[in-house]
Design a protein around this ligand. Structure first.
Ligand code: SF4
Length: 435
């Protein structure tokens, strides 16, 4: 039997990488098992939490290793692992896909035997067949529009031990032993925020309400799950019809849920339905308390819309986690005080504050000079999409620097950017608003 192994990277930039689950690895393992069961044995190796010098001991010999790398911060880590595995198992092949590979296919082809550009569904199956026949190609390219997420089965979790699937941390604010896990009911995002690369594909691909409900029922019967954390980019769809179908499906599953969403398109009807279907918390991508910054990054929202969303959530007793980013272009000199004032005024239950990473592939990265950025570090290990988010120690480096000024005025130095973030983090901790 040909042996294929999906490797979960270390996610070294997070304080606790085990909080969330490796959804894409589970999804692709399910696909391979379903489509190639008779000829391929598939497994997942989870390297999260392993020390760098120990990880090799935990990876058994296989014919083909697959890496899905949506985040630039995982690239160098993975590249080094591949080099080590090639020493230990010289006959094995290594293939990678994910957003970082989409952005840098040529560079990636030097480090991997094969790369996938675009979605993994079609490429993975072709690539495995080619690898079996020793006809592996360097590049497999496909288009998201040809592979709707909803056409594929929901991810099964049996590839990993239960401890990697279920924890009580995701809903720790709501009770001591709430068994919870992450799910993905849609992929993609149609918005175009200038700092983001997580809008892949640049359209929303929904799973069917039937498949969503089946997954919840599976999680309840196999894992006794009480609550789910939706990892969809937008968990309350902007379209009313889709939002109603989507939330009603979750409601039929009878679990508590939380997720991240946009403030755009919210209505009282949608918020009431969220509550009725088990929603306890919504994270909203506000990004900045400065309207100028929101306009520069093409967020497409106003601070008044944020106020309206929070008021509505409060009316329906849904907690709000406000997601903010410091270091975005166009921040006024008083950004710290402005942000504190906005947090005090709107009083979200929680605030998640990150330092900006001009992520490769984002408009800010591609056109950095237009934003007054002097340089962006090309050491991928210094890139993490959320810096300083959980603690002062969660720093992988501030991988860029502004010119002294840009078209919006004076900018912050690297030191001042890091200091602003730390001052605000401390303030939020004192207010008991972080988690
Ligand atoms: S920040 Fe959120 S809303 Fe904006 S493009 Fe990215 S995923 Fe979409």
């Amino acid at each position: 039997m040909y042996k294929v192994c999906l490797v979960v990277p270390g996610w070294h930039y997070w304080a606790n990488p085990s909080r969330i689950q490796p959804l894409y690895e589970l999804y692709f393992a399910t696909l391979i098992e379903e489509k190639l069961a008779e000829e391929v044995e598939v497994s997942i190796v989870d390297t999260r939490g392993l020390r760098q010098d120990q990880r090799l001991f935990h990876i058994p010999k296989k014919d083909l290793y697959i890496y899905w790398i949506p985040k630039t911060g995982d690239y160098t880590w993975t590249r080094k692992l591949v080099a080590e595995l090639k020493q230990s198992y010289p006959m094995a092949k290594h293939a990678a896909g994910g957003t970082h590979i989409d952005i840098f296919p040529d560079e990636s082809m030097k480090d991997f035997d094969a790369v996938m550009v675009g979605p993994g569904e079609g490429s993975l199956l072709s690539l495995i067949k080619d690898a079996q026949q020793n006809t592996l190609q360097k590049l497999y390219r496909s288009d998201y529009k040809d592979f709707p997420f909803g056409d594929f089965s929901f991810m099964r979790r049996h590839f990993l031990p239960e401890t990697a699937i279920v924890n009580s941390l995701l809903f720790e604010k709501y009770g001591k032993n709430i068994r919870s896990t992450c799910v993905l009911f849609s992929r993609g995002c149609a918005f175009r925020c200038k700092f983001c690369v997580y809008n892949v594909p640049s359209m929303v691909q929904m799973r069917s309400p039937k498949s969503m409900l089946e997954e919840i029922q599976y999680l309840k019967s196999e894992y006794h799950i009480d609550a789910i954390n939706l990892k969809d980019e937008i968990c309350i769809p902007v379209s009313r019809t889709i939002a109603v179908e989507y939330m009603e499906a979750i409601g039929r599953g009878k679990v508590s849920w939380r997720g991240q969403t946009t403030v755009l398109g919210i209505t009282e009807e949608k918020m009431a339905l969220a509550k009725k279907t088990g929603c306890v918390e919504l994270a909203i991508g506000v990004e900045s308390a400065s309207q100028q910054v929101l306009d520069i990054i093409n967020k497409g929202i106003t601070l008044d819309q944020v106020r309206g969303f929070i008021n509505l959530a409060r009316k329906y007793d849904i907690r709000i986690k406000m997601c903010l980013v410091f270091g975005l272009p166009g921040e006024p000199e008083n950004i710290v005080n402005l942000t504190k004032a906005f947090v005090e005024e709107t009083n979200p239950d929680y605030v998640s504050l990150s330092g900006l990473d001009p992520i490769p592939g984002s408009d800010i990265y591609n056109n950095y000079k237009e934003y007054g950025i002097k340089y962006i570090d090309q050491d991928w290990e210094k890139h993490a999409h959320l810096m300083f988010r959980f603690s002062d120690y969660e720093e992988v480096g501030l991988p860029f620097e502004y010119e002294l000024s840009n078209k919006w005025g004076k900018t912050f130095s690297r030191e001042k950017l890091a200091e602003n973030t730390r001052i605000m983090q401390r303030y939020l901790r004192e207010q008991n608003k972080t988690y």
